[in-house]
Design a protein around this ligand. Structure first.
Ligand code: T46
Length: 134
């Protein structure tokens, strides 16, 4: 499976570092929504779903976590621990997020507004969906 990590340009100077993200530049889609998770409890695993029509960039802007990506055939574990690195996650990809450090802040840029109907939360239904759309 091809994992798409994007390294963002760091605008650093003697005051510190700054990352700027613009749609269709660093981020390959129209950014319609931003959300982030923090204070994730020890041992917690989140996600356990795929999307029918959603592109996202996951950035661990503080601390660290791991992302499991599963396209129905292959699985890949991607560690995220750099505020200047984004993980592109397409639709049709089962995802789980885990191993959050206590200080982790996982920020997500999304191509669509929140829509519960876009979620596939059952793993067998996900496999059926990807096989049908292969
Ligand atoms: C994804 C992974 C990486 C909203 O009201 N609006 C939102 O935009 C989102 C993302 C969530 N919510 C509500 C829905 C639930 O009541 O927040 C609650 C927690 O959401 P959820 O259980 O879906 O969170 P995760 O961490 O399992 O998954 C999230 C995204 O939902 C999902 O699209 O790809 O992060």
């Amino acid at each position: 499976m091809e994992v798409k990590k994007i390294t963002f340009q760091i605008h650093g100077d003697d005051r510190g570092q700054l990352i700027a993200l613009e749609e269709f530049k660093e981020v390959p889609f129209d950014i319609k929504r931003v959300y982030y998770m923090y204070d994730t409890g020890e041992g917690v695993r989140r996600g356990f779903h795929a999307h029918k029509c959603l592109e996202q960039i996951l950035i661990c802007i503080h601390g660290s976590c791991k992302i499991l990506l599963d396209n129905g055939t292959e699985k890949e574990i991607v560690p995220l621990d750099k505020p200047y690195e984004g993980l592109y996650v397409s639709n049709d990809m089962w995802r789980e997020m885990y191993d959050f450090s206590p200080d982790a802040v996982l920020m997500v840029l999304a191509s669509e507004l929140y829509d519960e109907a876009d979620y596939i939360r059952d793993y067998d239904a996900f496999l059926e969906y990807v096989n049908k759309h292969a």
